[in-house]
Ligand binder design. Structure first.
Ligand code: SF4
Length: 271
């Protein structure tokens, strides 16, 4: 099947390891190896993370908090939900206009369309805040987050495809901010403003990557073997069958992101 869309996940895979991009998005192989031990614990964490996103979405569309609290039925979910409600800005969101929870935006990018699903875009008075809920067990460094494809794609695409959220006028980069809110670290969100220079840099990079992907005929294995430790395709690349353990994964934020990518992929949008 020909690839027609790109997302932050597929682009991140491409820059991390072209081979992983090939296996996951061109050959569409799903998870042949369990990524990390113990598998069940990670699976549960993933499911809870996904469920937390649903709870927040329901709150933002107006379901009463008391009703949602009853659905937060695990220790983690309960803590995350309490942390969410304790944040007065987030709690107050449901009373504001201009909210677009679970918004999907897309725009042409070279031979492809670039697509992103946002947890929340809050637009008001010519400004837009992009919120992304993260249930990471460790708070990643801001430098690491700022270089992720998600941070680059989400801000740039909102400019490219978000005019309908701003009375028909494209947002200017300086009007946009992206906020990662960590359910485990509610008082320490990561905030990234935007500038015209950053936007140009990001869109140039996305264009370059999409051109490369459109003309690629080989997909080399990454030279950075630490990327293989938690990669589900290890057995295809002869880079080990058994995954690193969870403690190691905790030390490697990339691994956390990999788990995140997997569940994002479940909702990948096809055109
Ligand atoms: S195991 Fe390593 S080389 Fe193979 S796809 Fe994964 S990251 Fe790439």
């Amino acid at each position: 099947m020909k690839l027609t869309t790109l997302s932050q996940s597929s682009l991140q895979d491409y820059v991390d390891c072209a081979r992983r991009f090939q296996l996951r998005y061109l050959e569409r192989l799903s998870y042949p190896a369990i990524e990390s031990e113990p598998a069940l614990e990670n699976e549960k964490h993933l499911q809870e993370g996904e469920y937390f996103h649903r709870l927040v979405q329901q709150y933002l569309i107006g379901i009463p908090a008391e009703q949602i609290a009853k659905l937060a039925n695990t220790v983690n979910l309960q803590r995350w939900w309490e942390n969410f409600l304790a944040d007065k800005d987030l709690r107050g969101f449901k009373d504001l206009g201009g909210l677009s929870p679970e918004a999907t935006l897309s725009a042409p990018l070279g031979d492809f369309r670039i697509v992103a699903k946002y947890d929340l875009i809050a637009a008001e008075d010519g400004k837009a805040a992009i919120y992304d809920w993260k249930t990471y067990r460790k708070r990643p460094r801001n430098e690491w987050l700022s270089s992720r494809m998600q941070t680059r794609v989400y801000r740039a695409l909102l400019i490219r495809a978000g005019a309908h959220l701003n009375h028909g006028q494209p947002f200017q980069p300086e009007q946009i901010e992206m906020i990662y809110w960590f359910a485990e670290y509610p008082n320490d969100p990561a905030r990234f403003t935007y500038t015209s220079a950053q936007y140009k840099r990001d869109w140039d990079l996305l264009t370059k990557l999409s051109d490369e992907i459109a003309s690629a005929s080989t997909y080399p294995l990454t030279e950075d073997r630490t990327k293989c430790l938690y990669c589900p395709y290890r057995s295809y690349c002869d880079r080990g069958v058994r995954a690193g353990d969870v403690d190691q994964a905790e030390a490697e934020m990339e691994a956390e992101e990999l788990f995140d990518v997997n569940f994002e992929q479940i909702g990948e949008i096809e055109f």
